[in-house]
Design a protein around this ligand. Structure first.
Ligand code: UGA
Length: 431
């Protein structure tokens, strides 16, 4: 079977490479000529563990091609996965311009029956809108295509493992012939396959991401209470998580969630709820809690240092989580903005995300080594739980600091050990 994947972001590229590994002949399309050039040279344009080597493997087997020629790719493939971005607009709604543009290209090149598979995260009703674009005036070409909603649940940093071991595959559609074909595409996956309506599939994606984000905001609020009552959120979360109705995942308190998905999808869900006159209060509160949580380290700095004007503060990590160079909606951005507003001299280090951050904040000081960064700092804030930071030699770091203050935004370190080493240690939700 031949498959075309449009969009080579981390969802599109992972999907394309994994489909090629499963034996399909895959053509990946992207508008960005630089990306296509890099991919043709066997280089992944972003950091995603394992994707580089799998890409090289499928390229050797000639199972994958990269091109920016969308028309010919549409004409020569009958299954087309759409994995283009749907970023937030100012009012919180998802920007569907890229999805509709692809739909229009497909309409122009409908030379045979085509199955469109929407992998991009799109609001409820988009499947129908895409179908309307393809049908055209009077719905003339209705018999020549089917639109399937097939949301993706993989995480950045764990994209390959999640793609290969999904918890469920959701296929939303109304055309049985197309549903059967897509079920065959996923025949190798050993997980529940949910065949449902396009609307249900679209909502499943938003409701899942928003629920997970809400869980994080909830545990973060509980953590803030723990701090005030001399309790430890790690132990509280462990005690909660043993109840299978709650579950032990996504109960890690910290300085808020980021990334290209949770905030964007929550805002879009609030927006499409608004469109039907529904005020989704819970999600609005979860978003507000997250914004407050991102700035928690500033309060902790002030508690320990008083005025921050002229202080030098070092940030360990910039990306929104470990194993990615992505800084979209990262807590580090809100923090840097706030620290700069307080006239702090900001120093940063990150194993992968420096290049992306430099575009946003060229004026701050970047360091390759956390040890060099620490030299002369009034305090450090751990932003991202990179494994290399767990292995830092704090005996070496302490004498370099003007004040041995460590704010652990991800509860990565053991408070007792850090205190024994002579640090003023502040975790999140831990006494
Ligand atoms: C998220 C979902 O987990 C995926 O299922 C989904 O496919 C993806 O969005 C998407 O829609 O594309 P991702 O954004 O890659 O994946 O990141 P997560 O691993 O879910 O983490 C998101 C944020 O939550 C990170 O900033 C992380 O630090 C934070 N987090 C996570 C916590 O603060 N506490 C936790 O317990 C878990």
């Amino acid at each position: 079977m031949k498959i075309c994947v449009i969009g080579t972001g981390y969802v599109g590229l992972t999907t394309g490479v994994c489909l090629a590994e499963s034996g399909f002949d895959v053509t990946c399309i992207d508008k960005d000529v630089n990306k296509i050039r890099q991919l043709n040279e066997g280089e992944v344009p972003f950091h995603e563990p394992g994707l580089d080597s799998l890409l090289k493997k499928v390229m050797v087997g000639k199972k994958i091609k990269f091109s920016n020629k969308i028309e010919s790719a549409i004409r020569s493939n009958d299954i087309i996965f759409i994995a283009v971005g749907t970023p937030s607009m100012e009012d919180g709604s998802a920007d569907l311009a890229a999805v509709f543009e692809v739909a229009k290209s497909i309409k122009k090149n409908l030379n045979a029956f085509k199955i469109l598979v929407i992998k991009s995260t799109v609001p409820v009703g988009t499947n129908k809108k895409v179908a309307a674009i393809l049908a055209g005036r009077g719905g003339k070409s209705k018999t020549r295509f089917a639109v399937i909603s097939n949301p993706e649940f993989l995480r950045q940093g764990k994209a390959l493992a999640d793609y290969k071991n999904p918890h469920r595959i959701v296929i939303g559609g109304t055309n049985q012939r197309a549903i059967d074909v897509i079920m065959k595409v996923y025949a190798g996956c050993h997980c529940p396959l949910i065949v449902t309506s396009p609307e249900n599939a679209e909502i499943i994606k938003y409701a899942s991401n928003s629920f997970l984000a809400m869980k994080i905001s909830y545990i973060n609020e509980v953590a803030n209470i723990c701090e005030r009552y001399n309790a430890d959120i790690r132990e509280v979360a462990a005690g909660m998580g043993l109840d299978p109705r709650i579950g032990d995942r996504f109960l890690e308190a910290g300085i808020g969630f980021g990334g290209s998905c949770f905030p964007k999808d929550m805002k879009a869900l609030v927006h499409f709820a608004d469109l039907v006159d529904y005020d989704f209060k819970l999600l609005k509160a979860a978003l507000a809690v997250n914004e407050r949580q991102k700035l928690l380290p500033v309060e902790k700095l002030k508690k320990n240092l008083g005025s921050l004007r002229g202080r030098t503060i070092g940030l360990l990590g910039l990306s929104f989580k470990a194993d990615t160079d992505d800084i979209r909606e990262a807590s580090s951005i809100a923090l840097i903005n706030c620290l700069l507003g307080e006239k702090v001299k900001v120093r940063v280090t990150d194993p992968r995300a420096e290049k992306n951050m430099k575009r946003l904040f060229p004026e701050i000081n970047y360091f390759d080594s956390p040890y060099e960064m620490a030299d002369g700092c009034d305090g450090l804030i751990l932003i991202t739980e990179w494994p290399e930071y767990s292995a830092l030699d704090f005996k070496r770091i302490k004498p370099k600091l003007k004040k041995p203050l460590l704010i652990d935004g991800r509860n990565l370190f053991d408070p007792k050990t850090m205190k024994k080493l002579g640090f003023i240690y502040e975790g999140i939700g831990r006494n």
